[in-house]
Design a protein around this ligand. Structure first.
Ligand code: SF4
Length: 114
């Protein structure tokens, strides 16, 4: 089974709008829904913190400490589709930065659940 790490927007998660960290990203991975092409084991869930500098190092540390190299890293749908937008960087910029730091492909979005 493929393995993945999900990165969520900590600002959104802390707002408590029925957000991630609860079930949507995890269900999408388990079921192979949304951006997951097949059932996928989510082996890490990393919380981005403003202004976003820690996200890539924390993903790297998750990989190192878990000793599991994921097949892909997913930026959560809350992070990619946030309104208002993240004031610090675009999802594409975050994805590029994390890809460069880890060498692992980054996918924009996780699920389509409401
Ligand atoms: S930097 Fe942007 S994506 Fe990261 S927690 Fe802050 S608002 Fe969310």
């Amino acid at each position: 089974m493929k393995k993945a790490i999900v990165v969520g927007c900590g600002s959104y998660m802390d707002s408590g709008y029925g957000c991630p960290g609860e079930w949507r990203c995890l269900k999408a991975g388990a079921m192979g829904d949304g951006k997951f092409e097949e059932p996928t084991q989510v082996v890490g869930f990393v919380k981005c913190e403003c202004p976003g500098r820690s996200a890539a190092p924390n993903v790297g540390m998750t990989i190192k400490l878990s000793e599991i190299k994921p097949d892909a890293i997913y930026l959560s749908s809350c992070m990619v589709g946030a309104k208002p937008d993240c004031p610090y960087s675009t999802p594409e910029e975050k994805a590029k930065y994390i890809e460069e730091k880890t060498g692992i492909p980054v996918i924009l979005g996780t699920h389509d659940y409401k």
